[in-house]
Ligand binder design. Structure first.
Ligand SMILES: CC(=O)N[C@H](C=O)[C@@H](O)[C@H](O)[C@H](O)COP(=O)(O)O
Length: 234
């Protein structure tokens, strides 16, 4: 764990630069350019997916990187850095933090979360662990497993979490009020006002992705609004 890096994120704005293979901006050079743009804008850190993207971003941009590796296994719904194999690739690519699914979903090979965290601690003691959770109870469990940060990333993306359209700011607030581990607010944050409300709720930092780095989704929102506006006024 790196205390000074964690404190540098305090009150920071983190940009998630991700494009999967089926997305128009897929490609590590494009993600590195996105990261540079975020750095120029004053971002505190980058969240990035896959060893190639993380490596390119670390070459081009001086910000700390929260690395993940989305990988799908046949026997599990856990896909954010599911096993030690993905953790190793993320760390070797140069990530400063590794984020992983810390929900109660069953893991590949039925591995126990506590065993994976112990393994990361012993193999990569310098790497800070970000627990991606979907509920308050999962956050409490992650605290008991001594993770370094918690992110609300998966609220709305597990069957047992509230399926909100907006960011889960209540979850940010409940976890932050425990005062145990810095909380990152992440997931469906689109507006500056939502971002500020996350800080008011006690977020250590805010992570924003799609609303900045997935232009096709931004365009979709505008097109939907325009169509319903024009449709309703004609
Ligand atoms: C649920 C899931 O797989 N979330 C992923 C986690 O890394 C990313 O696809 C999101 O873009 C990221 O969490 C940022 O959130 P948003 O894009 O909503 O600002």
């Amino acid at each position: 764990m790196n205390h000074s890096l964690i404190s540098k994120l305090k009150h920071g704005f983190i940009v998630s630069c991700q494009a999967l293979e089926d997305e128009p901006l897929h490609g590590s050079h494009i993600m590195a350019a996105m990261a540079c743009a975020a750095e120029e804008g004053g971002a505190a850190a980058i969240r990035a997916n896959s060893p190639v993207d993380i490596y390119q971003i670390k070459q081009k941009c001086s910000l700390p990187v929260i690395g993940i590796y989305k990988k799908f296994y046949d026997d599990s719904k856990v896909y954010i850095t599911p096993t030690i194999h993905e953790v190793r690739e993320v760390v070797e690519a140069g990530a400063d933090f590794v984020a992983l699914d810390c929900t109660k979903l069953s893991r590949p090979g039925k591995e126990r979360l506590e065993d994976l965290i112990d393994r990361i601690r012993s193999d990569y003691p310098q790497t800070s662990i970000v627990a991606d959770i979907s509920t308050y109870e999962e956050g409490v469990r992650a605290i008991s497993l001594k993770v370094d940060l918690i992110s609300t990333t998966l609220s709305g993306y597990t069957p047992h979490s509230p399926q909100l359209e907006d960011p889960d700011i209540e979850l940010v607030g409940r976890l932050a009020s425990l005062g145990k581990v810095p909380i990152l607010a992440e997931g469906r944050i689109w507006m500056i006002e939502q971002c500020l409300r996350c800080f008011d709720a006690g977020a250590h930092a805010v992570v924003m992705g799609t609303a900045i780095t997935r232009p096709q989704e931004i365009v979709k929102r505008y097109v939907r609004k325009v169509r319903s506006h024009v449709g309703s006024s004609s």
